[in-house]
Design a binder for this molecule. Sequence first.
Ligand code: DGL
Length: 269
Amino acid sequence: MNHNAAIGVFDSGIGGLTVAREIARELPGETLIYLGDTARLPYGSKSAETVIKYAVRNVSFLAKSQLKAIVVACNTVSSVALPALREIVSVPVLGVIEPGARAAVAATRSGIIGVIGQPGTIRSGRYESAILQVASAARIYSRPTPLLVPLAEEGWVGTEVARLVLKEYLTPLVEKGIDTLVLGCTHYPLFKEQLNALFATEHPRDIVLVDSAVSIAVELRKLLTSQDLLADAQPPSHRFFATDSTETFARVGRNFWGEDFPQVLHVDL
Ligand code: DGL
C-alpha cells in the first residue's frame, strides 16, 4: 500500500472536524480527505437503516481516492454501520466507539461511567457493550443530549443557555456518582471547558471527560505505525468536501477545525 495515500474521514456534517483536527495534530504529516454529509444532517435522530445507507454512500465516495484508512468520525455511524462499511472497502475502517470506551475504562477509578450522545448512539447501546467488554463490572449511565448539537453549530458554546442545558442534562448522571464522562458525539469536545467549569462549581468532584476524537487519533497512529504506513515527510494537502452549501460548511466548520479552510468542494451523493 502507498504510504502517502490519504486518510479518509467522514461525518454527518461539520462535527467530525473535531476528530479530523485531532488526527491532524497527532499525525501532522498525513493528508486527510474529509467528507461532511451536511445535506443529510443530523444522523443522530435517524433510524439505523437510514444511517447505514448514508454511510455506505459516503464511504463509496471516499473510496474513489487512494486511501490507506477510513475514520468514521461520527458516533452515530460508528455505533451502527461499521460491519456494513468493512464489507465494501479493503482498507481498515476505524470507528470512535471502541477507542472512547477503552479510554473511559482506563480513566475511571470508581467504575461508574456516564455516556452522552445523540439519540441513535445511545439507543444502539454500543458504548455500553464496548465498555462492558473491557470492564464487565462497570456501571454505565447513558443519556441522549441532542440539544448540544444545534447549540454548538449556532456558536452558543460558553453561553448561559448552554450552561443551563448542560446542567439539566448532566445533573442526573452526576448524582449517580459518575467519575468519567464519555463525550459520545462529534460536537461535544467544544463544551469541554464549560463542562469542567460546571462540574467544578455545581458538583465539586473530579469528573474526567473522555474525548473519543483524541482516543481514535492515538489508535490511528498506532495502527499506521504497526503497519509501517506512516507518510514520508511531506506537507499534507487536506481536502474538504460537503454535500450541502460549501459556504456554510466553511463558516460554521471553522470553529470545529480551528482555522480557515483553503477550499471546500461540493459533492452530490
Ligand atoms: N456526528 C453526529 C455524531 O457524532 C452528530 C450530528 C448528527 O446527529 O448528525 O453522532
